[in-house]
Write a protein that binds this ligand. Structure first.
Ligand code: CMP
Length: 139
């Protein structure tokens, strides 16, 4: 899996406003294949666990509130150089700083309500994929 797969989440802002399909189409056009996907609403405990690395950051409480505010769509994606390519495809965390044509430039509202998540390393891609999907769905 390392090097070929990554995890994305279409976040509640984008999913709730009906942009999920367009975002998935954008990712497929960028060469990603969908390996696993689901629609779900994160519990507070799940959001806290997923973003554990940010627990001490000042935006943690707001981030958990936002990520539990509606349904989201975690997706495991596959293509060569998956982690780096997806991060380039979605653009900078803050849409104001994202390059033209990136997912966040096209669909995000703000640094917090930024439409989409992407794993930042192969190690986290694996951890985050297993957070949402059983091994049997990742073959
Ligand atoms: P994501 O890629 O999901 O990883 C952590 C998230 O925290 C990030 O996207 C943003 O949604 C959020 N985030 C990062 N920095 C800030 C910030 N300064 N203020 C608010 N939210 C932030």
């Amino acid at each position: 899996m390392v090097g070929k797969r990554t995890l994305t989440i279409v976040k509640p802002d984008a999913f709730n406003s009906g942009k999920g399909g367009q975002i998935v189409a954008h990712l497929e056009k960028a060469g990603f294949k969908i390996i696993a996907s689901r629609v779900m609403r994160l519990t507070e405990a799940q959001a806290q666990a997923f973003y554990e690395v940010h627990r001490e950051r000042p935006f943690f409480t707001a981030l958990v509130r936002f990520m539990t505010s509606g349904k989201c769509m975690p997706i495991v994606l596959e293509r060569a150089d998956a982690v780096a390519t997806l991060r380039k495809t979605i653009g900078a965390t803050d849409p104001a700083e994202a390059e033209a044509g990136t997912v966040r430039k096209l669909y995000a509202e703000s640094k917090e309500r930024n439409a989409i998540h992407a794993s930042d390393s192969d190690e986290n891609a694996e951890r985050e994929s297993r957070f949402f999907f059983p091994e049997s769905e990742l073959v």
